[in-house]
Design a protein around this ligand. Structure first.
Ligand code: PNS
Length: 168
């Protein structure tokens, strides 16, 4: 018997992003969302105009590894609009981290667009200040030039970065 087969509605949310690669900042938001919802879907959104450092399947595998301990996180990729991902899975809420005021303008636009398109709500979680400067792009740039990013990404991601950048 699952809660759903007993007629109970699971509370679902999605954490969307490119996750190229997942950082400790992303992980903090997913972990906090996983305490608020029954199921958290992590959606690796495919942007064909952006060639990533990691293939989408590699990103998914890394996210699965580092979120396994939460026990209620499902990871998959999606090609299309986030609102369609939500509609297909009956997800009423998007959870996003806000690092600073500079994130707000664009995030507000997306939240309003998504709400206007389908009624899905966006909930903003203030990023842990430890990670307020952190982005996947900066991690890749620092790692690429040989800087230390061990405190910014999970160990599995550090290993993958080192291998991809030919450091092991
Ligand atoms: O990690 P990112 O690249 O900042 O994440 C941005 C992302 C993937 C969440 C955003 O671009 C997105 O939702 N893309 C899916 C396509 C879509 O729904 N676009 C309309 C947004 S209003």
């Amino acid at each position: 018997m699952t809660p759903e087969s007993e007629g109970l509605q699971l509370r679902r949310a999605v954490c969307p992003g490119s996750f190229d690669p997942i950082t400790n900042g992303h992980l903090d938001i997913i972990s906090r969302a996983s305490r608020l919802y029954d199921v958290v879907h992590v959606a690796v959104m495919i942007n064909q105009s952006k060639k990533g450092l990691f293939e989408v399947e590699e990103r998914i595998e890394l996210i699965r590894e580092v979120t396994a301990e939460f026990g209620n996180v499902e990871v998959e990729s999606f090609h299309g609009l986030l609102v369609d991902f939500c509609k297909q899975r009956d997800i009423p809420a998007i959870v996003k981290g806000l690092r600073a005021v500079s994130d707000f303008d664009y995030e507000l636009q997306m939240a309003q667009m998504n709400n206007g398109l389908s009624g899905v709500e966006t909930l903003f979680v203030p990023t842990n200040p430890t990670y307020s400067f952190l982005s996947s792009s900066l991690v890749k740039e620092v790692a690429n030039w040989g800087g230390d990013v061990a405190h910014l990404v999970p160990p599995q991601v550090l290993g993958a970065l080192n291998r991809r950048l030919g450091r092991t």
